[in-house]
Design a protein around this ligand. Structure first.
Ligand SMILES: [Zn+2]
Length: 442
């Protein structure tokens, strides 16, 4: 939620790394700002009316609990697969069926993924049920199951390819496979980022050029774009028909190279005023012009390289010690799959705070960019930005008093509370300084 571009990047990269994708949600950091307010009115704090506050607290507790419970559950499932020699059965079946590695990969990877995803399905269903009961989602069950099936099919194609590459590397280089697999991942991740907006996202949502129904807004946006001396042609601005499925607001930047684009949910334009929407667009524009997708992808890939190396050491040691008991000949044996996925899932889980810290950094930078780029173009920027966050938080029932721990582990954006304060106190103009990203007078 809340401007989810980074989440898309994280999910893409983690998907590439593991069938058991662990994704975090939310927002986060608290810089208790004592600077002079940039606004003439008293500082607006993020707050919710009592009924929404109660709901937001319940959701906050539930989301965090579900996150940790489903993580532990997935580790348990993988461990049981290992103990019950599920990988051994898949291997035996695959080796009996074909001597071609790619066919074996198809059998092992797709059956493994299918069974694993089915063990996660009750939690996915529960999560959607919660979204419906709190009014955050309006997606019917039929459509929801359709989406689930589509993601599963996409996942099967994807993990088969990855498994084929991974075990090819494992067979050829018992010591260097983690590095070669990582190298192979780079073009795959870039390709996935490239095709996501043109092939994958349209499978789940409808998109149309923003100018089709919001030519007035596009004209306003172009003023903002020119203000920054930047070039985001209107062909790269899209409206997503989110209202068929969701009641929350969002906007994001997606794609890579020639498919890079800004997407604004129709719900955002429906519930925000034009100045508020322009600030949101300014934030997304920050991601776009500051190249956050390639930068963040690069950092995540480097983090993954470290995880792969640790995983390699750990897996080698575990197989030497327990491999015989688990029926694993060596790491390059298909039977090691549950073990490799378990190790990678555990490491990814432990590294979640590191992934999220990177994301929060770029989100904060985008907030700052958003303020700078609309400064002077809309009447009261601090107020408009604060109100945008208020609307955003209220619609997604974001709890105002997030704990430091939840923020550290789960929030991939700064908390709404901190963002609202930041936008009202960031004032380089009043302090006689040059803004960092968007220079020159409005
Ligand atoms: Zn963002």
């Amino acid at each position: 939620m809340v401007f989810t571009r980074s989440r898309v990047v994280l999910v893409v990269v983690l998907l590439a790394a593991s069938a058991a994708a662990l994704t975090a949600s939310g927002e986060a950091p608290s810089n208790s700002v004592s600077a002079a307010p940039a606004t003439s009115h008293p500082i607006l704090q993020y707050s919710l009316p009592p009924d929404k506050l109660a709901h937001s607290y319940a959701l906050y507790r539930l989301d965090a609990t579900l996150y940790f419970v489903t993580s532990v559950w997935s580790f348990l499932v993988l461990f049981l697969m290992l103990r019950m020699r599920f990988g051994v059965r898949l291997r035996d079946w695959a080796e009996r069926t074909s001597r071609f590695r790619v066919v074996q990969a198809l059998i092992v990877m797709s059956l493994f993924t299918l069974v694993f995803e089915l063990t996660q399905l009750p939690f996915d269903i529960h999560r959607h049920y919660v979204g419906l009961s709190y009014g955050l989602s309006v997606q019917r069950w039929g459509s929801w199951f359709g989406d689930w099936g589509k993601s599963l099919l996409l996942g099967l194609v994807f993990v088969t390819l990855l498994g084929w590459i991974l075990y090819g590397a494992l067979r050829r280089s018992p010591r260097g496979w983690w590095f070669y697999f990582w190298l192979a991942l780079i073009p795959i991740v870039i390709l996935v980022l490239f095709v996501t907006p043109i092939w994958i996202e349209p499978m789940f949502n409808k998109f149309e050029p923003l100018s089709d129904h919001h030519s007035d807004l596009v004209a306003q946006i172009e003023r903002v774009v020119h203000r920054a001396g930047m070039d985001i042609p209107p062909e790269r601005m899209f409206e997503m028909k989110a209202s068929e499925k969701s009641t929350t607001l969002n906007a994001y930047v997606t794609g890579f190279g020639s498919t890079k684009r800004v997407v604004v949910w129709d719900t955002t334009m429906e519930h925000m005023t034009t100045p508020e929407t322009l600030f949101v667009f300014g934030h997304e524009m920050g991601h776009y012009v500051l190249g956050h997708i390639p930068k963040e992808t690069g950092i995540i890939l480097l983090q993954l390289l470290v995880l792969f190396y640790i995983g390699y050491r750990l897996a080698t040691w575990l197989v030497a010690r327990y491999g015989a008991g688990w029926g694993i000949r060596d790491l390059s044996d298909w039977a090691s799959l549950p073990l490799l996925v378990l190790i990678l899932s555990l490491l990814t889980f432990l590294a979640t705070p590191a992934f999220n810290a990177v994301s929060r950094h770029y989100e904060h930078q985008a907030d700052q960019y958003g303020l700078e780029v609309v400064h002077g173009l809309i009447p009261d920027t601090p107020l408009a930005a604060a109100q945008a966050f208020q609307v955003l938080g209220e619609r997604s029932l974001d709890y105002p008093y997030v704990s430091k721990f939840a923020e550290f582990w789960l929030w991939d954006h700064p908390t709404i509370r901190d963002r609202i304060i930041f936008v009202q106190t960031y004032d380089p103009w009043g302090e006689g300084r040059q803004p960092e990203f968007v220079k020159g007078a409005p």
